[in-house]
Design a protein around this ligand. Structure first.
Ligand code: C2E
Ligand code: CA
Ligand code: CA
Length: 583
């Protein structure tokens, strides 16, 4: 009885029915009282009044059931709304009343269906890589975080392996974005199969249960989470198996492409404090693997963190150094091997550090390139070198100044305009300016190199290929490019008299340059024997400690002025060596 009363009081149907009963009883009572007042209470009126009250009770009961159905539907819809609120988007409300309530329920169903689809799409965009349809970096990070927590709690070991696909960027630059995406798709398929096979093998051997997870975690980077391993060597073996699968060639239209992969491995929980740190450690190991050379696999060590920290300090120091003008340009003479005259010089940067003194570019150029600081630094050196050479020219010394250009400086479309602007600003004739670029820059995107360099060559700027002979260039392609000079790498010159092949290498480069009408500059000339050999074989210029070490601008100017006097003596010796070497 009590629960009925509660229901009447708490449900919408109950309240409406009570209100209906109260209202109709009140009107029946008022009607009855009016009748009694007008006609007096007569027995013949008691019957119709009783019947009317009975009819009213019946009507209230029917009304109650009708309203209670409506209210039940409303309760269902309320529950549905609460489910939606709790992200249970697979539920639907089922109303078949044929009235507005059914329309309302259908609209709600459609709305939640759309919400469900949008949520799934958002999940897809947030956690799935759109090209390969593999989990993306964020999802991989979250999974690693979970695995890290669970392994730390249960004293288990896991690993994260990051793979970088060698040469992928180059393929994309050469064949275009669409071909690059096609290749990525194939790489992802190959990796999925390889990871599955390697995972099955490792788990069969060790009866571990949690499966590996593969994700795309960077432009050319894929990562594998191995939540369960017995020992770190297992992760190493896993990485080797997967990398071996990637070394088999890919077909891309008419092209047959051979890629490779480097791998960085971090073991958890030992290599970090969280899943995110483990991923960072694996990335750090990967960057070491990349610098070690193609197809390398490197495990993270604590020492890498130290080196990364040093790099960070170096980076902020370089930034401050640029602002405070601590970088200075040194110049090293290049001497005409025939006449013995100073024909040009190479601008080489030095860092005059407030506490460490003069620092060699080998110690900071790489960090400057990685952090993008090579851009302001490179611009400064180029402008300073041109300014100094224009000053020497005004004081009667006409030497061509060569500046080293790094890959990043070359990646700017404004490069050509910038060089022309510097020449105009400093007043240095283009014929006294030279750019040294490495084989790898030249070959990374030959069309771009031609597009950026040809207008400069038209104006008279010379282009030299630095460290020639040390890269893996496609000679046919290289010789079609707009260059003027091969700089014979100093390793060949140093090897003269030590390595039987060195003379042949040098002779071949000189012959090739002759055929192309290029000049040659032999680097690292330290002895008269080396200079004599180069002169007799027809190298155009020599650069090295024999003719002068890199020096500050003033010193270079003085060196160039007095060189003619010292030259005679130097070349007398050279001539005697020449005599011996040609015998
Ligand atoms: P590089 O362009 O091959 O420069 C030649 C290097 O050989 C210079 O080292 C030079 O001092 C050194 N060298 C010259 N003659 C001799 C010799 O007779 N014997 C020996 N053993 N070495 C000799 P440096 O100045 O330490 O520069 C090292 C590298 O740093 C350069 O190699 C170049 O790749 C880079 N670099 C230097 N300055 C710049 C710059 O302004 N911009 C860029 N992007 N890179 C630079
Ligand atoms: Ca150089
Ligand atoms: Ca060089």
């Amino acid at each position: 009885m009590g629960s009925w009363l509660d229901y009447l009081r708490q449900s919408l149907a109950g309240k409406l029915t009570l209100a209906f009963l109260a209202l109709s009883s009140l009107s029946a009572l008022c009607g009855g009282l009016a009748l009694v007042y007008i006609f007096g209470l007569e027995a013949r009126l008691a019957w119709p009044l009783g019947l009317a009250i009975l009819a009213l009770c019946l009507a209230s009961t029917i009304f109650f059931f009708l309203v209670s159905r409506i209210s039940h539907t409303l309760v269902e819809m309320t529950q549905f709304a609460q489910d939606t609120n709790l992200q249970r988007l697979d539920k639907r409300v089922n109303v078949q009343s044929g009235d507005e309530l059914e329309h309302l329920a259908n609209s709600l169903n459609r709305m939640v269906y759309r919400l469900d689809t949008s949520m799934k799409r958002i999940q897809q965009l947030a956690f799935v890589d759109s090209i390969t349809e593999l989990p993306n970096r964020e999802r991989f990070r979250l999974e690693t975080e979970e695995a890290f927590k669970s392994n730390s709690a249960h004293d288990l070991v896991g690993a994260v392996i990051c793979f970088d696909i060698d040469k992928f960027i180059r393929v994309q630059e050469t064949l275009g974005q669409i071909a690059g995406e096609g290749l990525l798709g194939q790489v992802a398929e190959r990796l999925t199969a390889a990871v599955l096979a390697s995972d099955r093998m490792v788990r069969l051997q060790t009866s571990l249960t949690r499966p590996a997870l593969l994700a795309r975690t960077g432009i050319s980077e894929f990562s594998v989470l191995l939540p369960d391993i017995r020992e770190p060597t297992q992760a190493g073996r896993f990485a080797q198996l997967v990398a071996a699968a990637l070394r088999q060639h890919f077909e891309l239209g008419v092209h047959r492409i051979v890629l490779g992969a480097c791998a960085g491995i971090a073991i958890f929980p030992q290599d970090g404090e969280s899943g995110t740190e483990i991923l960072r450690s694996a990335d750090l190991a990967l960057s070491h693997a990349r610098t070690d050379g193609p197809n390398r696999c490197v495990f993270f060590t604590r020492n890498m963190n130290q080196r990364a920290l040093e790099k960070l300090v170096l980076e902020s120091d370089i930034r401050a150094g640029i602002e405070q003008g601590q970088f200075i340009t040194f110049f090293q003479p290049k001497v005409d091997l025939d006449s013995g005259r100073i024909h040009g010089c190479e601008a080489l940067v030095r860092w005059n550090h407030p506490t460490h003194g003069l620092i060699s570019p080998y110690k900071f150029i790489e960090a400057a390139e990685e952090t993008g600081l090579i851009m302001p630094l490179g611009d400064y050196i180029m402008r300073d070198a041109a300014k100094k050479a224009a000053g020497w020219l005004r004081r009667g010394i006409a030497v061509r100044v060569a500046v080293n250009v790094s890959a990043m400086q070359f990646s700017e479309d404004t490069f050509t305009a910038k060089v022309l602007h510097i020449l105009a600003e400093t007043g240095l004739p283009a014929s006294l300016f030279e750019l040294e670029i490495t084989e790898s820059i030249a070959m990374s995107n030959p069309e771009r190199v031609i597009r950026l360099l040809e207008p400069l060559r038209q104006k008279g700027v010379r282009i030299a290929i630095d460290d020639f002979g040390t890269g893996y260039s496609n000679l046919a392609a290289l010789t079609r490019m707009p260059f003027d000079i091969f700089k014979i790498d100093q390793s060949f010159v140093t090897a003269l008299g030590k390595d039987g092949n060195a003379p042949t290498m040098i002779e071949t480069i000189i012959a090739m340059a002759g055929g192309l009408n290029y000049e040659t500059v032999a680097e690292g000339v330290e002895t008269h024997e080396q200079a004599a050999f180069l002169k007799t074989r027809g190298a155009t210029l020599g650069q090295g400690f024999l003719f002068g070490a890199p020096m500050a601008s003033d010193a270079f100017e003085a060196h160039a002025r007095t060189w003619a006097v010292r030259m005679d003596e130097s070349f007398l010796q050279l001539a005697s060596h020449e005599h011996h070497s040609s015998n």
